[in-house]
Design a protein around this ligand. Sequence first.
Ligand code: ADP
Ligand code: MG
Length: 383
Amino acid sequence: MAGVKADPGRYRDTVPDTDVAAPAIAIDIRGVTKIFGSSESAVRALDAVDLGIRENEFFTLLGPSGCGKTTLLRLIAGFDHPNGGQIFLDGIDIAPLPPYRRPINTVFQNYALFPHMTVAGNIGFGLEMLGKPKAEVAERVDAMLRLVRMEALKDRRTSEISGGQQQRVALARALAPAPKVLLLDEPLSALDLKLRKEMQIELKRLQHETGITFVFVTHDQEEALTMSDRIAVMHDGHILQVGTPRDIYERPAERFVADFIGETNFLTGRAIEVGEGWATLELNGDRRVKAAVPDGFEPAGEVTVVVRPEHAVLADEGEQADLAGIIDNIIYVGTDSHVRVRLDDASLFTLRVQNVGADHAALDEGRRTGIRFRPGAARVLKD
Ligand code: ADP
Ligand code: MG
């Protein structure tokens, strides 16, 4: 097999890494296209996807249902084949390898455990199929039971344990052959909220302790933000943006990304002056703000501007403001209040105002107010 070396420099996050030596690329996805069906009924589930997933990283594919997440996992695992493009693992094209020859394992949403087998039997099953000696299987199963903290339940049938415990068994079984890469397709979606939070922490710990590259799929933006080293936001068979949770949340480059992740305000501005990575915009007539501009984008004329609710504050009386309007609605949510302002052009703008030490007298519905952006709050979007 030809050893084609992956080039880590091929992939750039929205904000380039500052560390000199970026970790090696483990999974290198180049121009991968997947089409289901033919002619008029064909679905382009993935359209020329390029992606580099690094060694030892907790990488998340995030996007709404139907955007192509499962399809991409299935291609990496080898359950299906791309119509175009290549997938390299450690620099080697894995196309000729059937799933069982790839050092990759998958945890499915429904766990797919054998209900009549014991916990230990399930964990050791794959190793036995690989023809490993009995003593080696037993030793490995014990290590996995310790890893997922299930030693006490090793002889229970998996039909007699809880959903969260089944999840741990599924993880232990997938980790038992010591794969290089673990693929996880919405593994927490069947769990209730409390258990889900617990398993999020558990998954992070397992990834950290094993050093295995995790490719995690979710449609839940909060889950992606809290768990991932990096996130790829997918939409309609495309990857729109790749970056750390902070990049994706604070520096969205496109409207879909800004809208899908967190709450946000969209404004329209007119580019007056454009520099390297910034632009001066005119908002609502004469008010001018400086806004950040995504890499490689040249704003011209009317542009969409995004401001997160927590990146704006109510202006004090007489203070220079970036926007103005009438307080329309206030929702108290404990730590902070969500203040909705009807701007002078009749559109709505939401601010998140911290309640600690806040001057509550200033928060009156129907009162006129200015809105001030924090430095760096305004960002131009590509579309
Ligand atoms: P996700 O996992 O993000 O919800 P999928 O990867 O399952 O999305 O699906 C992506 C698109 O491909 C969807 O439009 C889906 O209907 C379509 N698709 C997936 N698998 C098949 C299949 N076996 N046959 C036909 N269409 C499919
Ligand atoms: Mg899916």
